[in-house]
Design a protein around this ligand. Structure first.
Ligand SMILES: [Zn+2]
Length: 362
């Protein structure tokens, strides 16, 4: 586990120096994590939360994006089901690092690990994960076999729009021109033009690469104390799928998962596992989303106490979490994406509604 003290913005700051500005290449974060793996046996856990935190925070580290044309990544075999051997992958990286010290400068490393959809595994501590087989379904971002489009929530597009909004108008104009679009008009006109152009996959990739950098960076899952329990190096733009991959590979799904796109994560994970419905009750909302509850949340009259966060539930629920005894699984958020707030039912996902989370989650 990687101990990074402080709030999540601080985590990103602490990780950034690990990437040399001059060499933003995928080997850097990989190398760093492998070195961590070489040096420790991963018996660490957060003193407070152990190997199975009941509350987790999800975040993405975009500055770790690496340059690589995604078209160069080979397609996975037809029978690939998204299960990846975590030990085999991290051991292959270990070999690459060792061989790097033995191969003469200028010669190719025969153990070099190439980015791949079907071999590349997220890192999840051995005590935290369910088994040696973990999920990486990034291929589905490109080539979804799921007939239900709602399982792929287009949050990355929304985030991209946010990024475009923060660019200077000259940069947006230039982007329009490079996509062959009319580059006259106000910033809003230009962004609306780009937005409709993004419906086209290849234009989307082009705009994404220009605005975002290249790959998707890192997705991390950490406990409220700042201990990172899982990391996924993303080939494509971050989406709830990446966090679902990690959390569904855990031995014990946390009771509270905190994510900017809370609705996206619960919808995605529940559609992916219709028999299990990982996020329930109320699709991961704190209360049934009826008019009275939504109105009470809007007016600030609602407090939902989850006492098991402080004292373990006795008797524990069937399949209850080892720390809390509860089998409830909520997806909450402290800040909502503009488009997500359009759904009033998401008011029942605010962490501020839960007194036991006050002061615990920064
Ligand atoms: Zn902790």
């Amino acid at each position: 586990m990687v101990q990074v003290p402080g709030a999540r913005s601080q985590v990103v700051k602490n990780l950034t120096p690990l990437l040399k500005e001059s060499e933003k290449h995928f080997q850097y974060p990989m190398e760093w994590f492998t070195q961590v793996k070489l040096g420790h046996n991963y018996q660490f856990s957060c003193l407070k939360c152990g190997f199975h935190p009941s509350v987790v925070i999800m975040d993405a580290h975009r500055k770790a994006a690496f340059s690589m044309p995604v078209s160069e990544i080979e397609e996975p075999p037809a029978n690939f089901d998204g299960q990846v051997d975590v030990e085999a992958f991290w051991n292959s990286l270990r070999l690459e690092i060792i061989a790097r010290g033995l191969v003469e400068t200028g010669n190719p490393n025969p153990f070099a690990v190439k980015p791949s959809y079907h071999l590349w595994a997220p890192w999840i501590g051995p005590n935290t994960r369910k088994s040696g087989s973990v999920l990486n379904t990034e291929w589905e971002k490109v080539h979804s076999s799921n007939p239900n489009p709602a399982s792929e929530v287009p949050v990355t597009e929304e985030r991209l729009i946010d990024e475009l909004m923060s660019l200077k108008v000259a940069a947006v104009r230039q982007l329009c021109a490079s996509c062959g679009l009319d580059n006259k008009g106000s910033k809003m006109d230009l962004i609306m033009r780009l937005r409709s152009e993004m419906q086209n996959r290849s234009s989307y990739d082009k705009i994404f690469q220009k605005v975002w950098g290249a790959s998707g960076g890192w997705a991390v899952v950490m406990c409220p104390c700042g201990v990172v329990n899982s990391i996924k190096v993303l080939v494509r733009a971050e989406s709830p799928r990446d966090f679902a991959d990690m959390l569904l590979s855990w031995k014990h799904l946390p009771n509270i998962s905190i994510y900017d796109f809370a609705r996206g994560l619960s919808t995605h994970a529940n559609l992916r596992n219709p028999n299990m419905i990982p996020f329930s009750p109320h699709e991961g909302r704190l209360l049934e989303p009826n008019d009275a509850n939504i109105a009470a949340a809007e007016e600030g009259r609602l407090k939902i106490s989850l006492e098991w966060l402080k004292e373990k539930k006795m008797p524990a629920d069937v399949n209850g979490h080892p720390l809390t005894g509860s089998s409830d699984h909520y997806v909450l958020s402290d800040r909502f994406h503009e488009n997500n707030t359009k759904d009033p039912r998401d008011k029942l996902r605010k962490i501020q509604l839960v007194p036991e989370l006050a002061g615990r989650v920064n």
